[in-house]
Design a protein around this ligand. Structure first.
Ligand code: NAP
Length: 439
C-alpha cells in the first residue's frame, strides 16, 4: 500500500490526489493536509467571488475527497503541528501543494504606509480568508491605484468598481460588501510597467470591464501600437488587445453616464509610494519605454494620486522549516518537482504563480510519475506506516483535526447563512468554522 501525504488542498493538491488514485487504484491512501479547516485553497479564497462558474471546479475535487482512500486533514499546520521530517518518516512521498499565498514585495519606499496592500491580502479580505478578513481597507478616498497588468489586477479593479447589486449571485463576504458599498472611489488607475501588447490579462476578464454599471474603462489611444502589429500576437492576446482598442474608442458621451473610471496607465513603473501622516497619498511613477520587450525608465516622473494602493504583482510560497527554498523565485528549490528524496512540490509551490487552474492537473499527474520512478529506483523509500502513524501522533498531540465530513457541516452552515442572492456566507474566523464543523 502506497502512503502519500499532500500538503495543501487547493487545485494542485486535489489533482495530485486524483493522479495517485489513477496510478495505484485501491493500493494507495492519500492524506491531504490543510492549515485551514476548509478545503479547496485558491478556489475558495483566490478565485473572484463573482466568478462562481470557475469555483464550480471544486465539485470535481469533492468527488476525489469523498473516495474511501483519500482523507482531508484540515486545521493542521505543517511546520508547526507536525514537521516535514516527521511526515517524511511516516509517508512514502510528501508532496507540497501549498500554492503561493503571500505577496511579492514591490521593494519600494513607502510600501508599508497605511492604505497600501498586496493582492493576497486584499483578495483574501473580500474572499473571507481568516488571515486577511480583518484588513478593513480604507475606501473613503477618491482614487485607487492598482499596480500590475495581470488578471488579479483586473479582479481587484472590478471588485472595487461593482455596485452592491452587481454582486448578486457572488459569495463576496458580507464585511467586504458593506465596506465597498460605502466606497467613495471615483477613479481607479491600473498601472502597467509595459504596454498593451505585454498585458497578462485574458479576454473574458478584460471584456467584463465594458459591462459595469457605474464604471467605464479608459485607454489612451496614444499608448496603443499600430493596429497592424496586433497580427504578430498569439490569438488570445490579440483578442485581449482588441478589448483595449475598444476601450480607447469609447465616446466621451458614453462616459458621461458613469461616475467611475478605470484608467489604464501603460508604460508606467511605480518608483515610490508617497504618504502623509503615515497614510498613502500617491504613487510616484516613472514613464518607461520598451527595449527588447523590457521596460526601461525614461527619467520622466509624475505622481498618480492615491488613497488606496493594491499591488497585484504576483505571489510567493511561504517557506516551511527544513525545506530548501528559492528566495528570488518565491518557491521551493526543486528540479522537476523533486526537492529531496521522498519530498516533492507541485503547482504554484513548484513553478511559481502562473497558468490557469487547469494547468495544475498535468502538474499533478507528472509529479506522481516522478514518485513512481523514485520508488522503483529506490531514490524514495516505500513501505512506511503512513496514516496509522500520523493518527497516533495526532492523538498524542491532541490536534483538533477537521475532516471532510466536518467541512460538509461548515458548508451546510455557510449555505444556510447566505444573504439573499448569494450561494453562501463564509465563516471568516477559524474558531467559528470549527464550531460549525461540530454540528
Ligand atoms: P501575473 O499574471 O504574473 O501578472 C503580474 C503583473 O504584475 C504583470 O503585469 C507584471 O508586469 C506586473 N509586475 C510584476 N512586478 C512588478 C513591479 N515590480 N512593478 C510593476 N509591475 C509589476 O500575476 P497575477 O495577476 O497575480 O496572476 C497570477 C496567476 O493567476 C496568473 O496566471 C493569472 O492568469 C491567474 N489568474 C487568473 C484569473 C482568471 O482566469 N480569471 C484570475 C486571477 C488570476 P510584467 O509583465 O512587466 O512583469
Amino acid at each position: 500500500m502506497r502512503q502519500i501525504a499532500i500538503i495543501g488542498s487547493g487545485p494542485a493538491g486535489y489533482y495530485t490526489a486524483e493522479a495517485a488514485q489513477k496510478q495505484w487504484g485501491e493500493d494507495v491512501v492519500v492524506d491531504i493536509f490543510d492549515r485551514l479547516p476548509v478545503p479547496f485553497g485558491l478556489i475558495r479564497t483566490g478565485v473572484a467571488p463573482d466568478h462562481q462558474s470557475i469555483k464550480g471546479v471544486s465539485r470535481r475535487y469533492e468527488a476525489v475527497a469523498l473516495s474511501d482512500n483519500v482523507r482531508f486533514i484540515g486545521n493542521v499546520t505543517v511546520g508547526e503541528d507536525v514537521s516535514i521530517a516527521e511526515l517524511e518518516a511516516m509517508y512514502d512521498a510528501v508532496v507540497l501543494a501549498t500554492g503561493a499565498p503571500y505577496d511579492k514585495k514591490l521593494g519600494l519606499e513607502g510600501e508599508d504606509l497605511a492604505g497600501v496592500h498586496g493582492s493576497a491580502a486584499f483578495v483574501g479580505w473580500y474572499n473571507g480568508h481568516p488571515q486577511f478578513a480583518g484588513l478593513d481597507p480604507d475606501v473613503s478616498g477618491g482614487h485607487a491605484v492598482v499596480i500590475g497588468n495581470g488578471n488579479v489586477a483586473l479582479d481587484v479593479a472590478r471588485i472595487l468598481a461593482k455596485t452592491r447589486g452587481e454582486f448578486a449571485g457572488s459569495d463576496i463576504v458580507g464585511h467586504a460588501l458593506d465596506i465597498l458599498q460605502q466606497s467613495r472611489i471615483e477613479q481607479i488607475t491600473i498601472l502597467g510597467r509595459r504596454g498593451p501588447h505585454q498585458i497578462a490579462m485574458t479576454t473574458k476578464e478584460l471584456g467584463e470591464l465594458a459591462h459595469l454599471e457605474r464604471a467605464c474603462p479608459r485607454v489612451d489611444p496614444a499608448d496603443l501600437p499600430d493596429e497592424g502589429e496586433d497580427a504578430l500576437l498569439e490569438p488570445g492576446q490579440r483578442k485581449s488587445v482588441t478589448h483595449l482598442r475598444s476601450f480607447a474608442a469609447i465616446p466621451e458621451s458614453h462616459r458621461a453616464d458613469k461616475d467611475m473610471e478605470i484608467e489604464f496607465d501603460f508604460f508606467a513603473s511605480p518608483r515610490r509610494i508617497l504618504g502623509d501622516g503615515g497614510k498613502v497619498t500617491g504613487v510616484e511613477v516613472e514613464r518607461t519605454k520598451l527595449d527588447g520587450g523590457r521596460a526601461v525608465g525614461t527619467g520622466e516622473t509624475y505622481v498618480v494620486p492615491a488613497s488606496l494602493v493594491v499591488a497585484c504583482i504576483g505571489y510567493q510560497t511561504s517557506p516551511i522549516p527544513g525545506v530548501p527554498f528559492e528566495e528570488s523565485a518565491g518557491r521551493f528549490a526543486n528540479v522537476d518537482g523533486r526537492i529531496l528524496p521522498g519530498l516533492y512540490c507541485v503547482g504554484w509551490a513548484r513553478r511559481g504563480p502562473s497558468g490557469t487552474i487547469g494547468t495544475n492537473r498535468p502538474d499533478g499527474f507528472s509529479i506522481i510519475e516522478r514518485i513512481v520512478e523514485d520508488l522503483a529506483s529506490g531514490a524514495a523509500k516505500g513501505g512506511k506506516p503512513g496514516r496509522a502513524a500520523f493518527d497516533a501522533l495526532a492523538e498524542q498531540r491532541s490536534l483538533k483535526i477537521v475532516r471532510f465530513r466536518d467541512w460538509q457541516n461548515i458548508d451546510e452552515a455557510e449555505k444556510a447563512n447566505a444573504r439573499e442572492d448569494s450561494p453562501r456566507e463564509k465563516f471568516v474566523d477559524v474558531g467559528a468554522m470549527i464550531e460549525a464543523a461540530k454540528r
